[in-house]
Design a protein around this ligand. Structure first.
Ligand code: KG4
Ligand code: ZN
Length: 331
């Protein structure tokens, strides 16, 4: 079964073709990062316009790479939310056009389920499993007892991990998105700042990163005002250690409580070197998986994989009813 995935929820226009929920035949991604960089973050109005400009090109790229014809496609899966509404609508409408034209079933996919299913490309899921979702918009621990059965155990009460990374990076003068650069600088820094580990002993699976973010920013401003010598590398490393201590500890506790067979990490921050190393070093009794780097950040292959499994469990979407939704829970 060949699924076409379409993803336009934020600043990546992506179309992918995936066979049997596993084999990626193509994954074309057109990133708008260079355009949004100028503004220090994603500008929604510009994002939707860029999706409109790029999407037909990305369709062509994906079809060419996969070396198949539209008649070979069995299902169209598209990100329906959450995300920027103007951006989502471009993908949803493109998906409807393909589905209508080629008389194909259409399925709307929730973006986070896509991030989770990115892991299935390389490692088959074994249930029950625990997914730590760490992206620019989400931070949550999710228990899965079977395919497309999601129980959210806890989530951030304020900033997502990626968001906190990007905000401190901006203060340090690093270009958007700052997460990867903070990660890189952290490699040569030391954990000297003793930053707080928010909610590490809270006895639940919720998180909070906005206080830590403000603490880092305030300390940085104070040191600059006092004209003290500042090591950005040490700031980055200390922040990274604080964040990863919290998410790894909560993941470990949930892993024990729910006796899961696997731990998987999903979302853009799953690319983080420090997180990968700490998670692997801490959880050793069950396998810990991360998606390949190109499937950590937004891409359509993960949407195609999630669509494939959703199709086995849920009714398809109605061509008339399917809509983009800026807020959409795990479904
Ligand atoms: O999943 P994603 O592409 O978009 C959302 O659905 O939000 O995640 C993007 C986020 C950004 O905040 C980016 O800074 C962060 O993932 N990110 C990283 C790294 N690579 C991407 N954060 C920390 N370390 C990284 N290596
Ligand atoms: Zn994402």
């Amino acid at each position: 079964m060949i699924v076409m995935g379409i993803e336009t929820s934020c600043d990546e226009t992506s179309v992918s073709l995936v066979k049997d929920g596993k084999t990626v035949l193509s994954n074309a991604v057109l990133s708008q990062i260079d355009i949004h960089k100028e503004y220090g973050g994603v500008v929604p109005e510009i994002a939707s316009r860029e999706h409109v400009k790029g999407i037909t090109l990305v369709f062509d790229q994906a079809m060419k790479q996969a070396k198949i014809d539209y008649s070979a496609i069995d299902l169209v899966a598209v990100t329906a939310g959450p995300g920027l509404i103007g951006s989502l609508l471009i993908g949803v409408n493109a998906a409807k056009v393909i589905a209508m034209n080629y008389q194909l079933p259409l399925i709307g996919v929730q973006h986070i389920t896509g991030h989770i299913y990115a892991n299935h490309i390389e490692h088959d899921m074994k249930f029950p499993l625990l997914a730590l979702v760490v992206s620019g918009g989400h931070t949550e621990l999710v228990l899965m007892r079977e395919h497309f059965d999601f129980v959210k155990l806890g989530e951030t009460q304020d900033d997502a991990v990626g968001e906190a990374y990007d905000k401190i990076a901006r203060i340090f003068g690093l270009a958007y998105p700052g997460g990867p650069q903070v990660d890189k600088l952290a490699q040569s820094g030391k954990d000297t700042m003793n930053f707080p580990r928010p909610m590490i002993d809270s006895h639940d699976y919720n998180f909070s990163f906005s206080g830590l973010k403000s603490h880092v920013i305030n300390q940085y401003h104070n040191q600059r005002q006092r004209q003290e010598t500042i090591s950005i590398e040490n700031y980055c490393r200390s922040f990274q250690e604080a964040v990863t201590d919290v998410v790894v500890k909560k993941t470990e506790i949930a892993k024990n409580e729910y006796r899961v067979k696997q731990v998987i990490v999903a979302g853009g921050v799953a690319a983080n070197k420090g997180l990968r190393a700490k998670m692997q070093a801490t959880i050793t009794d069950v396998p810990v998986y991360f998606p390949a780097l190109q499937y950590c950040t937004d891409n359509a292959a993960m949407i195609a994989v999630a669509g494939y499994f959703k199709y086995q469990k849920r009714p398809v979407s109605d061509l008339m009813d399917l809509n983009g939704s800026s807020r959409l829970e795990l479904v």
